[in-house]
Design a protein around this ligand. Structure first.
Ligand code: PHE
Length: 344
């Protein structure tokens, strides 16, 4: 019996040493050490042996079992590590290979400006207008009449308008102020909206003017709104947009739909007020039109001017973007030259 056990030890040890991979080793382990393995069999049958043999064979078979287990364990580690190494070698990724270039899209600089400005006003409690209250194709009635432009009034010529061929009174809006009317017709005060969008004017295209450009309109209607509120809101906007507190100047102006009206200048960001090419030597840059909503406009949309008052303002997105990034030709925004666009 002892001899038989020693043979098992010898055979098993040899096989373990020769095993080439973990699968082979698993099989050897099953053959000798599993519950159906040879050693377990002998241990199971110990009870049939004479007493003196029982002890000797019992401890010998335990000893062999344990030492074979250790051998299997050690060999397993070795084989496993080797297999892992080979696998990693085989599946290695060559990270030095240059990737294929995928050009990344960017947000257009005008859209960036719109997003930035809308966010500033949202921070002051304005919300973005619903698109149905700010259409690009508009009636002359909303774009002009409702906004208190008298018929045949030269103010209509200020904004050379594109008429459509289908109907004489359907136009491409010349200003985002049409959204004031639609917003006030569809909502009761208090109103606080910001309305960005495209506008169209039939003008000769130049470095400063394009037929299509963008405006952002703001409208606030509530009780007890004063010109002081308008100044506060616009000064705060200019502070955040241009990144620091800058002197502003509210100049008397005229718009048919606001009274009083103002044009708002900000101290030139290029020269700090000394006078340069950007500000044509004046030290000031005009950035906005604004004013208190005209009583006639409130009446036109059925809001009682005895109870409510409010202000409106409008600004040019191209102009604000050109000032911020020192861009000298408006046409760059529309040519879609990637060399220009990718700088933003
Ligand atoms: N709609 C005016 C323009 O295009 C700007 C403006 C808007 C002025 C709102 C006052 C109030 O010139």
């Amino acid at each position: 019996m002892e001899q038989k056990l020693e043979n098992i030890r010898k055979d098993a040890t040899e096989k373990i040493e020769k095993a080439l991979n973990t699968t082979e080793l698993e099989n050897i382990k099953n053959e000798y050490l599993s519950r159906k393995g040879e050693l377990t069999n002998i241990k199971k049958n110990l009870k049939d042996l004479p007493d003196d043999q029982k002890r000797i064979i019992g401890s010998l078979s335990n000893e062999i079992f344990n030492s074979l287990s250790v051998l299997v364990e050690e060999k397993y580690k070795k084989l496993y590590n080797e297999e892992l190494r080979q696998k990693l070698e085989k599946e290695r990724i060559d990270i030095s290979l240059p990737g294929s270039y995928t050009p990344r899209g960017k947000v257009h600089p005008l859209t960036q400006t719109v997003n930035e400005i809308v966010e500033i006003f949202e921070g002051m409690g304005f919300s973005l207008i619903k698109s149905e209250n700010s259409p690009e194709v508009e009636t002359e009635y909303v774009n002009f009449d409702m906004l208190n432009f008298p018929p045949e009034h030269p103010a209509r010529d200020m904004q050379d308008t594109f008429y459509t061929q289908n109907a004489s009174n359907v136009i491409l809006r010349s200003q985002t102020s049409n959204s004031q009317i639609r917003e006030m017709l569809n909502h009761k005060p208090p109103i606080r909206v910001i309305s960005p969008g495209r506008v169209y004017r039939c003008e000769a295209v130049s470095a400063r003017k394009n037929n299509l450009f963008h405006q952002i309109e703001g409208l606030l209607i509530d009780k007890d709104i004063t010109f002081g509120d308008l100044k506060g809101v616009l000064n705060e906007f200019i502070r955040v947009y241009f990144g620091s507190m800058r002197p502003t100047r509210f100049r008397t102006s005229f718009f048919p739909f606001t009274e009083p009206s103002a044009e708002v200048d900000v101290q030139c960001i290029m020269c700090g007020g000394k006078g340069c090419r950007t500000c044509s030597g004046t030290g000031w840059l005009e950035v906005l039109g604004a004013g208190m909503v005209d009583v006639n406009v409130l009446k036109n949309v059925g809001i009682d001017p005895e109870v409510y008052s409010g202000f409106a303002f409008g600004m040019g997105v191209e102009r604000l973007t050109m000032l911020k990034y020192a861009i000298d030709d408006i046409r760059l925004f529309f040519n879609n030259d990637v060399r220009f666009l990718k700088q933003f």
